[in-house]
Design a protein around this ligand. Structure first.
Ligand code: SF4
Length: 701
């Protein structure tokens, strides 16, 4: 009774890309409860453990309450004016001496769309550096590039409703039970809607919690997913199970694709590459191809690979040759990680000009410049460095300052030794974050941000649904919203605020400009208003006069792809073996991932006791056969090493969930920092890290 909220504010969860609707309970000016919104179409009243305890994060002891500046080696509290002046003076000095690109920025999928749009404009048109990227490059850049090369644009083609209509659901490298648990509700609705249970196929080297619901579990060898997709396409074409009409009318590149697949991906060869028997490959291909509606969905197991982009397109190839696109239950859906990874994709200014415009296109540059009333010469003609390239350029001495926004590379970036070497060379490290992250502890300046429930705007989820995130309480201490930080910081650069943000005061000003920028683009938001978004429980873009209530699926029969001929491309793609296989010194392959109780680098979850008690530390999941060979058992503690370093003292869990010769360790924990030993290897098209496979050894302590 004592804790009963005085009011409830309708909002959206700020953790993952599922985008659940919720209510924030407020008492004495603090969030005291979180409960699911029964009217929200994504979660229908339910929340996962993180969503249910989200209010606790806001009052966490791990929050900054004031800006900070390093003085005599110590971070001490400062005023906003001192923090902004120190940073702007140093940025100007570095840019005058070394050029605009010597200042770099890495942002995040944690910001609201309005904040991300405002920040991107400031970085590209105010600071005039295009060395700007997001931490989203660490999680879904491969999905972006894969969609682009297949369909001509980024944009998840399906929606959650497809889980409820598909006859076959193929989950590839996607442990949704841990990472997107609410999506299971949409699968659970399937039988009620279709009258029969869908066939669930789970493709994963690890028997994850998600695999427990599979009708067919496919325990592929690590990194063989692209070969598997090509092998399934081979069987479908060989057996004549393809959808000829769809291929002829809706795709290009079929002749070359078919020749490549038939010549290079025979079932016998694919069986060796994937570890899946030939007859099982035929059965898989038959189940998928013969389903009236089949969907595939994937997350980090696919994206976080140096073959990530091409694996995404290989999944799309399979969908295209069987005609599984743009119909209820027939799709190829990328599931995003962070709450607003999608908003950052559309509003861009990292890998594209806002509204999925191309840096290289003079038409696109001109159009954007005209809409926002800036000289076209100010709009960059090419993408600057990606996140990993920024780190390389810092190490090479080319970039001198780094401004990180709500991201924590000192836990999340691969090959920590190399990263730390680079960061030590910086003349200025600025961290803008609500939480005392490991990276913030190393900063020269901290812009202390407010967080979820303390600010206003929108998040767009994995199915392109734009949801409202509302302010329920005042920002903690002297923290400011990321929107206010950028707007106020921009005033320290002569003429920038007036030029970029004329009369802007609130996030709605950014939203209104973003709507204009999105007009006529695939990600059209022009039909949306804050009121309508709230009324409908979110709206899926494109939303405009033609689709006033949004669009559940892209590329249905009457919607061409944004390619020159309106068709999707079938691409001839190749699998490659992993670059660091097992060897006598490092005989095991490490797979990293997540658990439902923790969020990323735990900045948000480490002080929430109910989550931390359930998952207090990292663990090594090891196959019992390997445990026997090493003479270890569950509860023992071991060290792990790779050629790049060693991590000490991690508890062992014997489990049949991992294949013999493989181990799994979650990446969340700074105390057992697994990214000390992961490899700095990146997808050449998306720049996404290959987190999932590297050769390691276990040692007794
Ligand atoms: Fe939040 Fe994701 Fe959990 Fe939904 S599934 S409550 S969006 S963390």
């Amino acid at each position: 009774k004592q804790k009963a909220p005085e009011k409830w504010v309708r909002s959206t969860c700020g953790y993952c890309g599922v985008g659940c609707g919720l209510y924030i309970g407020v008492k004495d000016g603090k969030p005291t409860y979180t409960k699911g919104d029964p009217a929200h179409p994504v979660n229908m009243g339910t929340l996962c453990p993180k969503g249910l305890s989200e209010h606790e994060m806001v009052q966490s002891s791990n929050r900054y309450t004031k800006p900070m500046i390093r003085k005599n080696g110590q971070l001490v509290e400062s005023t906003w004016d001192e923090a902004f002046k120190t940073t702007s003076d140093k940025f100007k000095e570095i840019q005058a001496k070394h050029g605009n690109g010597a200042v770099s920025v890495v942002s995040t999928g944690q910001l609201l769309t309005e904040e991300f749009y405002t920040l991107g404009k400031f970085v590209q048109l105010g600071l005039k550096t295009n060395n700007y990227d997001g931490n989203t490059t660490l999680c879904m850049a491969s999905a972006v590039m894969g969609y682009k090369q297949t369909f001509g644009s980024d944009g998840p083609v399906g929606c959650y409703e497809d889980f409820s209509y598909a006859d076959t659901i193929m989950l590839i490298g996607a442990n949704i039970a841990d990472n997107h648990p609410i999506l299971k509700l949409h699968i659970a609705k399937n039988k009620k809607i279709t009258g029969k249970k869908p066939k669930i196929i789970v493709i994963d080297p690890r028997f994850s919690k998600t695999a427990k619901m599979a009708d067919i579990f496919v325990p592929i060898k690590p990194r063989s997913d692209l070969a598997l997709m090509n092998g399934l396409c081979h069987i479908i074409l060989e057996q004549g199970w393809e959808n000829e009409k769809f291929i002829n009318e809706r795709t290009t590149g079929y002749k070359e694709f078919r020749k490549h697949i038939m010549a290079n991906y025979s079932p016998a060869e694919v069986a060796i590459t994937t570890g899946i028997e030939v007859k099982e490959l035929y059965e898989l291909a038959r189940v998928y191809a013969k389903s009236p509606a089949a969907m595939s969905a994937w997350t980090m197991g696919v994206n976080q690979s140096s073959l990530g982009t091409d694996t995404v397109s290989a999944i799309c190839n399979l969908a295209l040759i069987t005609g599984n696109l743009g119909r209820k239950g027939a799709t190829a859906l990328s599931i995003t990680g962070q709450c607003n990874a999608m908003g950052t994709r559309e509003t861009g200014f990292t890998s594209s000009i806002p509204g999925y415009r191309n840096f290289a296109s003079s038409y696109d540059r001109e159009e954007y410049a005209t809409i926002v009333n800036v000289p076209v010469e100010d709009v960059p003609q090419k993408r600057g460095y990606s996140y990993p390239q920024i780190i390389d350029a810092i190490e090479a001495g080319e970039i001198k300052a780094l401004w990180l926004v709500a991201t924590n590379p000192l836990v999340s970036f691969p090959d920590q030794k190399k990263l730390r070497r680079a960061l030590n060379k910086l003349e200025l490290l600025v961290v803008q974050d609500a939480f005392k992250s490991e990276t913030a502890f190393k900063a020269d300046v901290v812009f202390s941000a407010s967080t979820w429930s303390e600010k206003e705007g929108t998040y767009t989820n994995s199915e392109r649904r734009c949801n409202r995130a509302k302010k329920a309480v005042e920002p903690l201490g002297q923290t400011k919203s990321d929107f206010d930080i950028v707007l106020e910081f921009s005033k320290y650069f002569e003429g920038v605020n007036e030029r970029l943000y004329p009369n802007w005061e609130k996030p709605i000003d950014a939203f209104n400009e973003w709507k204009k920028v999105s007009e006529g683009r695939l990600c059209d938001y022009t039909g949306m208003t804050y009121e309508l978004i709230e009324e409908l429980g979110g709206i899926q873009w494109p939303c405009n006069t033609a689709n006033p209530k949004g669009t559940p699926r892209l590329y249905s029969e009457d919607m061409p792809c944004p390619t020159p001929d309106g068709k999707a491309k079938l691409l001839a793609l190749d699998w490659l073996p992993m670059s660091e296989p097992q060897n006598s010194s490092f005989p095991l392959i490490l797979n990293t991932g997540r658990t439902v109780e923790q969020w990323h680098t735990r900045t948000k979850t480490k002080t929430i006791s109910i989550l931390n008690d359930l998952a207090p530390e990292a663990w090594i999941e090891i196959n019992p056969q390997d445990a026997l060979k090493l003479e270890v058992k569950s509860g023992d503690r071991l060290d792990i090493s790779s050629i790049r370093g060693k991590i000490k003292d991690i508890i062992v869990r014997e489990s049949q969930n991992v294949r013999e010769g493989n181990i799994f360790v979650p990446f969340h924990y700074n105390e057992q920092l697994i990214n000390t030993i992961t490899k700095a290897e990146f997808d050449p098209k998306s720049f996404e890290p290959n987190y999932k496979q590297c050769a390691v050894q276990l040692h007794s302590i």
